[in-house]
Design a protein around this ligand. Structure first.
Ligand code: C5P
Length: 411
């Protein structure tokens, strides 16, 4: 018995919750869905109620949470009602037991009965210990379900219950929500149809076959830009310094081009730029390079003399090559007279946006998880983006990019 009749345009989600510790994350998913105006009917398996309270779900959802097949005299067959009226059924977390029952076609509780009684798309978000996830039985059940058209959002690697670390952690509520948006509303982000080329990391200039001159850039801000641009709908190419990105996750749909030196980065960027709407030079590019020795420089030969030469400025090359419809974004790392220096740089480089980093500020710049920047436009007006995660900073930058692209061709 629904307590509120949704408008016909309101998407209806049945949120199934099985008995795993990740059930607590479903509360956050429910809140995200309700904030975005979904009609949500929760179903908890009896074991789920050992981890989370039915009342918590009832308080946040569009109708009271249900836990039993035969409990409600006003809706004697709730599974068919729920199954027939859903636009999507999401099971988060989906335990090994739930997956097995669903794959086998059992209908021994309200959630499994509803899964059998629906023609709506079904999304499973598995969560379990790594050993359980690796079991052939679990993987075969999932393969069977996938074969029948069920969508599976793979678990992540990270901390598991009991202090273990490994694969099996349920996808984050924000990622599940984003996928639901795409499935149900065909969500198209503000950068959909756009191509964005991003450089990330610090370049490494060889001195000899074993030694390099590097810098402290971690690549995190560039990776955050790539990930957020992807989420906003863009087709993303990431030109990244080699090895660094091994520790950083990157979505499969992002093309990663590995480079090492400034010269390689320049070539990779210029080669691809013509097909892009926007290039963002987030990388810390060496200003000087060395003509490398062909063999390892020997210690007993005395202190070596390195002959430096300046690297070409990739931003200037991109700006020289751009059409009226393309935009170029550069970064500036400053420690003194931050805004004045940045304004001068914006004019000198003739870029559309300059993201100014005060690398001396606490918690900002190289090797930090957070950043604090000023986004400077051609009009010289700076937007201060206070200290926050690099993804949140990326969102602020990309919102400006999206707005510039929507005004194209720009001056
Ligand atoms: O002039 P400066 O090095 O401070 O400018 C920083 C910006 O220029 C960054 O966006 C960086 O990626 C880019 N850059 C470049 N080529 C270089 C040096 C820096 O594109 N050789």
């Amino acid at each position: 018995m629904p307590s509120a009749t949704p408008e016909s345009s309101t998407p209806r989600i049945v949120l199934g919750v099985a008995g795993g510790i990740a059930a607590y994350k479903s509360v956050e998913l429910l809140r995200l869905l309700r904030d975005a105006n979904y009609y949500v009917a929760p179903i908890l398996t009896p074991d789920a109620t050992r981890f989370v309270g039915e009342l918590t779900f009832s308080a946040l959802a569009s109708e009271p949470a249900r836990t039993k097949l035969f409990a409600d005299p006003t809706t004697p067959i709730p599974h068919t009602y729920l199954g027939q009226h859903a636009d999507l059924i999401v099971v988060a977390p989906a335990t090994a037991h739930l997956i097995a029952r669903y794959a086998t076609g059992l209908a021994d509780d309200l959630l499994c009965a509803t899964l059998l009684a629906t023609k709506a798309p079904v999304l499973l978000c598995p969560a379990m210990h790594s050993e359980m996830w690796a079991q052939p039985s679990v993987q075969e059940n999932l393969a069977t379900l996938r074969h029948r058209g069920v969508m599976v959002l793979e678990p992540e690697t990270g901390h598991l219950a009991g202090g273990d670390v490994g694969i099996g952690r349920m996808a984050e509520p924000a990622a599940i929500f984003e996928l639901i948006e795409r499935i149900v509303r065909g969500y198209r982000g503000p950068l959909s149809g756009r191509h964005i080329l991003i450089s990330a990391g610090g370049t490494r200039e060889a001195i000899d076959p074993v030694r390099v001159i590097a810098n402290r850039s971690s690549g995190r801000q560039g990776y955050a830009l790539a990930e957020v641009a992807r989420r906003l709908g863009a087709t993303v190419t990431l030109v990244s310094t080699a090895e660094r990105d091994l520790a950083l996750d990157v979505a499969a749909s992002i093309e990663v081009v590995r480079v090492e030196s400034a010269a390689q980065m320049r070539e990779a960027m210029l080669e691809r730029f013509a097909a892009q709407d926007c290039a963002i030079m987030a990388a810390a590019v060496a200003d000087f390079t060395v003509i490398p020795a062909s063999e390892k420089i020997k210690k007993d030969a005395g202190i070596p003399t390195l002959n430096f030469e300046t690297t070409p400025d990739i931003v200037l090359d991109l700006v020289a090559a751009r059409t009226q419809a393309q935009i170029v974004v550069a970064f500036a790392a400053e420690t003194t007279n931050v805004v004045e220096n940045a304004r001068a740089k914006l004019l000198r480089k003739d870029v559309d946006l300059l993201v100014v980093n005060d690398v001396s500020a606490p918690g900002a710049g190289f090797e930090h998880e957070t950043n604090e920047v000023i986004v400077l436009g051609r009009d010289g007006v700076g937007e201060s983006v206070s200290l926050r995660s690099k993804e949140a900073v990326a969102l602020a930058i990309l919102a400006r990019v999206a707005s510039l692209l929507s005004k194209e061709p720009h001056e």
